[in-house]
Design a protein around this ligand. Sequence first.
Ligand code: LIP
Length: 264
Amino acid sequence: MSVESDLRDLAVEIAREAGELARLRRAEGVHLAATKSSIADIVTDADREVEALIRARLREARPDDGFLGEESAPDDGSTGVTWVVDPIDGTVNYAYGIPSYAVSIAAVRGSVVPGEWEALAGVVYAPASGETFHAARGDGAFLGEVRLSVTTETPAGALLATGFGYDPSTHDGDLATVRRVMTMARDLRRAGSAALDLAFVAAGRLDGYFERGLKPWDLAAGALLVAEAGGQVSLIDRSSTRPLLIAGGIQVHDRLRGIVEDES
Ligand code: LIP
């Protein structure tokens, strides 16, 4: 067994336990704990409880690793490995009872900056469907035991997904990007979870995905899934406050990048 596959197996085990807790809390009724960057950017009691469970399980197994989670304080650790965690990605869906949400756990080495880190392992677990998307660096991406591949042909145009941030002032600009990108699309999906959007690109359920302003924990596991499924992931405008993530098979990725870089 490699280090990467050991990390993947640990992440899968913890994500499934955490996802079942999230599903249980959803069934019991969800309570708003606070808002963050805007009134639309919510955190529920379940987000915090699920992240605490994940953090405790990781500490039990690998006490000296670092931790970077959406809902709690970062920890640098001392091993060079950092866990990048979104306990419930798709929080607004979760709060409304829309079953499109996921637990996202990734292990990275070195930097904790997207695009600079070395992603080692990742899992995106969807409690509502029971689907576990996982990858270890160099070992491929899988849904359960089934190996995943991104799409390569889009004869009718690309089926794309995107998302919008919690700051309404950014919506006009994002919609202008959508308008330009639609020239290459057959249709557009907006499911509300970046982690699941990226997992679906890896699984060939989407041809491509783009979104501005994602946080490291939204994309860490999903980006590794896409890369290990033969796809390409880029972060454009990294120095801006809202870098643009682009993901897809090579051809879709490159066409997306060409369109959005023309507008810059
Ligand atoms: C969400 C992302 C989604 C994006 C939302 C939000 P959260 O993450 O998964 O793609 O459009 O604005 O960032 O807040 O549910 O963890």
